[in-house]
Ligand binder design. Sequence first.
Ligand code: NIG
Ligand code: FE
Length: 420
Amino acid sequence: MSKSLAIINCSQLVTLSGPNRPRIGAEMSELSIIANGGLIARDSVIEKIGTNDEIKALIDMNCTVIDAGRRVVLPGFVDAHTHPVFAGTRVDEFEERSRGISYQDIAARGGGIQSTVNKTRAASFDDLLNAGKRYASWFLRGGTTTVEAKSGYGLSLDDEVKLLRAIRKLDEQTPLRYVPTFLGAHSIPSEYRSRRNDYVSLVIDEMLPTVGREKLAEYCDVFCEEKVFTKDEAWRILSAARCHGLGLRMHADQLSLSGGAKLAAELGTVTADHLEHTDDEGIAALKSANVQPILLPGSVYALGSSRYPAARAMIDAGLAVILATDFNPGSSPTPSMAMALSLAVTHLKVTPAEAITAATINAAYSLNRGDRIGSLDKGKVADFVIHDCDDYREITYFFGIQHAWKVFSGGSEVYSANAS
Ligand code: NIG
Ligand code: FE
């Protein structure tokens, strides 16, 4: 007999129901909230959303019932930009930055991404998996049920494959859903510093064909920045990635206005991420090509910068904006979507409703999963979270606390806070 689960007594069932596409402009404020709502899931799928009374009328003796106690229910957060598989930490560099040494200076002397690459190459598959499982539990506990997960700390054929296989294992062995992205072009590894062309060729001629053949990733990303991968290199790598059947994403205009947004538009990437330095021309280019911006305020905050991206202009221009954590050991050591949303409302001047849309349905579409996750609709996967508040805006307002009270992935409870 199939298993059903009813959630009743929700102060707000924030469904995000709406058109079958990413939300733009004023649509980003429409959350389709059912006051005094509830839902029923059968097996792993949402069977019915409705008012508390409608849901209660459908409960039978085979149904497990959870009383939300007048709390808010939201779709699980979809974190569309993370780097969640790496060995070690960078707490030493973090301390140096507290003394005023910059992220770029640390990278220039061989630290930064390269220091995580060194540790990651030296780590066994099992060590990486165990570290990844620890972070998976952090994501889940924060109310995130799907993450886009980039490689990028291997930077050799074998080590990049090791990371992508670890992401696949994490998807199989944890309740968190992972969407893998190949980021071999994250940095030029130290052994190729004096012959960068050879590294770009390695990515194009060896890594991408392997990733494509073994279906190790759905997307390819490049860190496009003057001192990292130039526009020309990014163009070559992403064009090749497309030929191997990968969707395209790009780290663009993060540390300088290097033309990344415009290149993303020319290439028609699915997303352009960061965009702290993108100007009006870049925003117009993204709009003309329907590229989704992924904004990552956690990395601005954690780098001690105040250069936040122009989210308001992007929403007003009609872009389907996304918010994500950029979880990584250097520029954004947080897996908390609630933190990203708090920063977005405070510093990016997006409203709480826009932030929730950016963190759920818009993110789901950027991962080609808008028909399965990101909203609470009949027929979608039952990934949802009961947050310990009675107004969804509190999730973006009280910061530095844990909001998720119970987390469900595919209709199964995967996290429960002790608090009553
Ligand atoms: O998105 N910009 C490039 N990559 C990461 C940082 C990675 C790291 O510092 O380890 C980012 O900020
Ligand atoms: Fe990133």
